[in-house]
Design a protein around this ligand. Structure first.
Ligand code: ARG
Length: 464
């Protein structure tokens, strides 16, 4: 007999194309194990509430154990005609145990079933991603530790701005990722709620115990409204938007790695195993991994837009549109997990080149602001100091020299109005070390401050 998901109500079979178009088993079979877990919790509750008998429950348990084994061994025969993971498993259960299998769906619909499966599945993935994110932060902190005093140019508009330390620069990314960790944990709270009991949309007339199912599945709250429970996909959108931000932060860092690895810049080198060569140019070593992270961020952002769009036109309650939520979510999780793994490994292998950083910081008049501040601290209004130093920089540009190449007399000549204020100590303010050391406040780039920020960031690894 031909396998069919629907029979009595229908007068003709689904054409093959319609069957393929409506089926989700190709991708939702990934939910099989959580689907079984949720079914067993539902069946346990049905038995405890005397909605099914104990014999039926024991048969269901036995059948599900066998099915789980078949799936794990890759022996399960997934059938397109049975549309999705739920109907495939239920049909197999009935083949194995008979009528008891047909009782499992009492008081339940695929609508609350799929919403429950997605939450169970995503909760476990969030826990894995949370660990990977902590590892990513830890690796960045490790890289920063020996470089709390290593100086490189800080940029604005990608033009040399002021000297900063490399440790400070890396900790900026730790800040971003720590906020991402917070967002992820916050999102998990809303994922961790139980839809089961909502049935198709209106709830069920059986004397069920939703609290018990929640307890069995480790959900710490019940979805409060049955209509919302079966149609809410906020929790997926929220997760993917967190994923999108994580990818965006890694994409920004990737852009820096690509820039830093450019031979003209050469602030770092990446291990060969994260780069590839060119099929034509023998000399090439391309930073493929950071470039791909940048590219894959586009893909995750696309998933976010897809999900928002899938939900935006849907009236209450469940609509089949929601079946389209799976592939963007799965793809987002896969992309993010791979990215975090590979990125942490790559960052741990970064070779830092402090001399190149220092040489770059010495060019571009990175301490011009320090010279202006020097004058301001001796009473010159900031705008006047700014103007005077701009004039000085212009003269240096004409002579192709640095601020520190000027003698005390030359400085005094260039800044005649302030001559009495300029003393030999001015040069210590113009050094890179003097500049970063003077940023002595929480959040500043002075090495002691960076060391403290690093200690705080390390502690946060255990709390966030
Ligand atoms: N495969 C479906 C999905 O992913 C399961 C729910 C089907 N519900 C329904 N009423 N057709 O959303």
């Amino acid at each position: 007999k031909k396998v069919e998901a629907w029979s009595a109500r229908f007068s003709e079979p689904l054409p093959e194309l319609v069957q393929r178009y409506t089926a989700s088993v190709f991708f939702d079979k990934r939910l099989a194990l959580v689907d079984i877990e949720a079914s067993l919790a539902h069946a346990t509750m049905l038995a405890e509430c005397a909605i099914i008998c104990l014999d039926d429950f024991n048969d269901i348990k036995r059948g599900m154990t066998q099915i789980r084994g078949e799936i794990e061994r890759g022996e399960f025969n997934w059938q397109i005609a049975l549309e999705d993971v739920h109907l495939n498993i239920e049909a197999r259960l009935t083949t194995l145990i008979g009528d008891a299998g047909k009782r499992l769906h009492t008081g339940r619909s695929r609508n609350d079933q799929i919403a429950t499966d997605m939450r169970l599945w995503l909760r476990a993935e969030i826990d894995q991603i949370h660990k990977l994110l902590i590892e990513m932060r830890r690796v960045l902190i490790e890289l920063a530790e020996p470089h709390v005093a290593t100086i490189l140019p800080g940029f604005t508009h990608l033009q040399v701005a002021q000297p900063v330390t490399f440790g400070h620069h890396l900790l900026a990314y730790v800040e971003m990722l720590t906020r991402d960790s917070e967002r992820l944990l916050d999102c998990r709270k809303r994922v961790n709620a139980l839809p089961l009991g909502s049935a198709a949309l209106a709830g069920t007339s059986y004397p069920i115990n939703r609290q018990r199912v929640a307890e069995l599945l480790g959900f710490n709250q019940l979805c409060a409204n049955s209509l919302d429970a079966v149609s809410d996909r906020d929790f997926i959108i929220e997760f993917v938007s967190v994923a999108s931000l994580i990818m965006t932060h890694l994409s920004r860092l990737s852009e820096e790695l690509v820039f830093w690895m450019n031979p003209r810049v050469a602030f770092i080198d990446l291990p060969d195993r994260f780069c590839t060569g060119s099929s034509i140019m023998p000399q090439k070593k391309n930073p493929d991994i950071p470039e791909l992270v940048r590219g894959k961020t586009g893909r995750v952002n696309g998933n976010l837009i897809a999900l928002l769009t899938i939900v935006k036109g849907q009236p209450l309650a469940y609509n089949k549109d929601n079946q389209e939520d799976k592939e963007p979510l799965f793809d987002t999780v896969d992309t993010l997990v791979d990215t975090l793994r590979i990125f942490a490994d790559m960052v741990a292998g970064i070779q830092v080149k402090p001399e190149a950083m220092r040489a770059a910081a010495l060019q571009g008049y990175a301490t011009a602001t320090d010279l202006a501040d020097y004058l301001v601290k001796r009473g010159v209004p900031f705008r006047d100091a700014h103007e005077a130093v701009a004039h000085t920089v212009r003269i240096c540009v004409e002579r192709s020299c640095n601020l520190t190449d000027l003698t005390l007399d030359e400085l005094r000549n260039i800044l005649p109005a302030h001559v009495a204020l300029i003393e030999p100590d001015v040069f210590s303010y113009l050094t890179l070390e003097g500049s970063v050391a003077s940023r002595q406040h929480p959040g500043g780039t002075a090495p002691e401050q960076v060391q403290q920020a690093l200690n705080v960031a390390r502690k946060a690894l255990y709390t966030t």
